[in-house]
Design a protein around this ligand. Sequence first.
Ligand code: GLC
Length: 738
Amino acid sequence: MIQEKIIDLLNSMTLDEKIGQLIQITPQLYYDDTSSTAETGPIEKLGISEEHLYNIGSILNCGGAEKVKKVQDIFLSKNRLHIPLLFMADVINGFKTIFQIPLLQGCSWDLNLIQKCAEISAKEAAFSGIQVNFSPMVDLVRDSRWGRVLESTGGEDPYLGSIYAKTIVETYKSCGIASCVKHFAAYGASQSGRDYNTVDMSEREFREYYLPSYKSAIEANCDLVMTAFNILNGIPCSSNKYLMYDILRNELKFNGVVISDYSAIKETINHGYAKDSKDAALKSLNATVDIDMMSNVYYNNLKNLAFQDTNIEKLIDNAVLRVLTLKNNLGLFENPYGQLDIEKEKSYVMSSENLEIARKTTANTLVLLENKNNILPLNNNSKIALIGPYAENKGISGIWSTIFYKEIEKTITLKEGIEKKVNVDNLQIARGCHILKTSEFNNLLSSIGESCITIQNDDEMERQEFEKAINVAKNSDIIILAIGEHYKQSGEGGSRSTIELPDIQLNLLNELYKLGKPIVAVLFSGRPLAVKNFVDKVSALLWVGFPGIQGGNSIADVLFGDVNPCGKLNMSFPQSTGQCPIYYNHYSTGRPHTYNTRYASRFLDIPTYSYYPFGYGLSYSNFEYSNLVLSSDIITENSTIDLSINVKNNSNVPGYEVVQLYIQDLVGSVVRPVKELKGFKKVFFNAFEEKIISFSINNDMLKFYNHNLKFVSEAGDFKVFVGSNSRDNLWKVFSKID
Ligand code: GLC
């Protein structure tokens, strides 16, 4: 429909109909199948009347071609102007073909891989009736205590986060599904890693680290922006006019739809920023937040506000026009079902091709953290004991997978993956323990509002399981120990005060260690965990995140060498919980930890650096770096420096290496990080192959927000580092002259 027709439509709408477009609810009110929708926020009665139910603009987390078509048909038959409903959903790491969690997808450093995961997720969702994906989540994350680090593809780096954001937004667009970048803004900086907590930072810190990935998504023409739950510098994002209007709309030129997070407008009252529901409505509308997700603030107040002030109806019209324009851009006025296609849904969703791609992409994001004496890859003749709570666990797809993926029985467990690699007579399995003690698990369940479990003879059962595992391990050559956190311990509302492994698993590991057999640990988690207190007891450590429905196959492919691991961390592994937040691109401080004195910036009881650094990941190949050369040691505003480095695969195992380029500005008008990622290349090497890898350093790489918030480069000396991660590098010095 041409834009003029949209404006005519707007002008033909009643005030009730306009306000309806600015409300989003969960779909239960349109059918009674509550089992099919996972709530992602507080559930409350919104009090929306039957009369207004068919004025609503959009619903969330309703998926499935037949279901969506049914809801849309009923809705259109009852909506006076036949304005179609918009179907939005959280397709975070897949619709039904569930991939690695985004944090581990981001360890691929492979834009083609990211694009492939996004494409399949988008197409499965689109054929199933979804028109907007609440993705990508591009929050910069530095604190592993925060449960939502699992959703961040870019992890702790703004450069990586920005290129991933662009790739995902463009992929969704190419698949005809609208993207919604979130959570605007700086949600990942919630103090103490506690979800929904206070965020307070300088404008410079915000622009230097937290804003870039959202900016990149907006420059890639994302369709919606979702507000964050937190305050930013004293004002809730969902009513923060400086953030939502001055920065987002005026500075970044975003003219799409802004949607609040789940009940976030109403929560501005809890924040103590809005004095009541009416005040909350006014402040968020003034901040140009268009859609009120799952609260009744707009529904209960905008009409009266409009009667009191004609300017309010103008603000309402602007918001409604943005929503109608989004629907028009998606072609919904011509075809209210979007790309919904019952036949394509049947043939494409969870197709064998998609599952095979999930298996391959997941395998290429797993991160090998330890491989002592090259114990991996395993040969398939060994007598293997597969031990641990994740040996046969199907809960390995992450908490966001549960909204649409209900066929949990289709998830490939680690046991099922390994069975395909070995002679099953050589494979013994024993769980040994649960992920948590029953009391701990019940604490978890009750803390998230779920009913507790009871296990008869719990202690005796636990002892027997433990003993069986030790006995099984005694009769093996090698132990594969599948450990980690419960998937419900991460994700939204999943902040943890400690990120060490639970004692029940550590006790099992310690007993297994006494047997003197090599232990290959496979670590399942939605976040970097503190592994220091057990990693000396294992021969190998493979971090698999929550690997998705092909997880068992992907992990087995790596363990047995069918895939050479090439994942590189996008988030540092801390020494301990006490070290959080920790990130590689930190400032030096006046007393760096290298000072050999008590009076340095460090902890008394642990090293200051991370346990595994950003960019780190091992391979079955052996890459050696040499001969770092610069074409010049001087750069100007308009010149470049060509850099080359020799990288050799000093092994007979072909594989990928991610060659990483970092730069340090040694002196600035504000202090500058000890290093910053400015480029990388993922390169394949044949056995014993050597390549010369080149980069070009330009002035843009040297820019930062100075003390006047100008984005500039400054004359002075720089270091350029190249290596396999952010710690182990070759480096050279160059200077920028004006
Ligand atoms: C949740 C999340 C957000 C999600 C939304 C809809 O509370 O914060 O990421 O997209 O609600 O489910």
